[in-house]
Design a protein around this ligand. Structure first.
Ligand code: HSE
Length: 311
């Protein structure tokens, strides 16, 4: 059996505006990497985290990566093995780019490979969701599912879990603008309303259906018209200085749509070309600058493979 495996898991844009907790898409870059080594000594040890500035928990039962691995090992009945884990943290914390999800997913893909892939990627999903529960108190799947599977993914139901890849022939580009502020997912879930009006439910349903139909029939205009959110954006926008102006300028610059990536504060754009994605993200950056906020830009294609072993 191979003793050491390293895997990569991409950042993700959860919600995609209208799909609160049920839609997400993976990007090519950036992403987290995890190296898992089988050892003689029983137990899971998080031996090193590189790149988090010492901010993530080092205890195996508190870090999303090792929590997911522990849940996986219980399922495949390998609780007396020894596993050492090193996490290479490239994604910013509290950014809305699926940072906790990517660590969990990379760890799961690596450890599953070490044991000869007894579980499919879909079967890894519940273990990654356990990690999300540790991270923010809610076991949502709209980051972990696309990070694992790649592409656009619909979480059709949670009880029981039914995650379905959304096929599309569109070659879309995604841009992420990460302003240098941190918003905890737990905090940005707290501002949401526990109930929605029938009027808002109708609007949101129409847009989710439109987005799925637009993707599957390669209708970019329909995709663009459907990137709207009445559930979360109205309440979360206040966490992000200049949000409305940034969104408006991104759309003027030619983005198909723009919204809050996951629980924010990162903004995402979807665009039909790399150039348009670059232009829209640069415009958003300027708006953040005018609010004395520096930011990082990431532009890439939609990632179609999801998490992968890299050596
Ligand atoms: N759907 C989740 C939320 C994603 O918006 O709270 C968190 O990254």
């Amino acid at each position: 059996m191979t003793k050491k495996i390293r895997a990569f898991a991409p950042a993700t844009i959860a919600n995609l505006c209208c799909g609160f907790d049920i839609l997400g898409v993976a990007v090519e870059q950036p992403g987290d990497e995890v190296e898992v080594t089988l050892t003689e000594e029983t137990g899971i040890r998080l031996v090193n985290i590189v790149g988090d500035g010492g901010r993530l928990p080092r205890e195996a039962n508190r870090n999303t990566c090792t929590v997911a691995i522990e849940s996986y090992l219980r399922t495949i009945d390998q609780t007396d093995v020894g596993v050492e884990v090193t996490l290479f943290k490239n994604l910013p914390l509290g950014s809305g780019m699926g940072s906790s999800a990517a660590s969990a997913v990379a760890g799961l893909v690596a450890v599953n490979h070490l044991f000869g892939n007894p579980l499919t990627k879909l079967e890894l999903l519940p273990h990654a969701m356990e990690a999300e529960r540790i991270a923010c108190g809610s076991a949502h799947a709209d980051n972990v599912a696309p990070s694992l599977l790649g592409g656009f993914v619909l979480v059709r139901d949670y009880h029981p879990l039914d995650a379905v890849p959304v096929p599309t022939e569109l070659q879309l580009f995604v841009g992420l603008v990460h302003p240098h502020i941190e918003v905890k997912t737990a905090d940005s879930r707290m501002v949401l309303r526990p109930t929605v009006s029938l009027r808002d439910a109708i609007a949101q349903n129409g847009n989710v259906a439109g987005l799925i139909l637009g993707l599957t029939t390669a209708d970019v205009n329909l995709v663009g018209r459907s990137l709207k959110d009445v559930f979360a954006e109205p309440y979360r926008a206040d966490f992000i200085p200049g949000f409305h102006q940034a969104k408006a300028t991104a759309l003027q610059a030619g983005a198909l749509g723009c919204g809050i990536s996951g629980s924010g504060p990162t903004l995402f754009v979807l665009a039909t070309s790399e150039e348009l994605a670059q232009r829209a993200t640069r415009e958003i950056k300027k708006v953040f600058q005018s609010h004395q906020l520096s930011s990082d830009l990431f532009v890439s294609k939609v990632n179609r493979q999801g998490a992968q072993v890299i050596n």
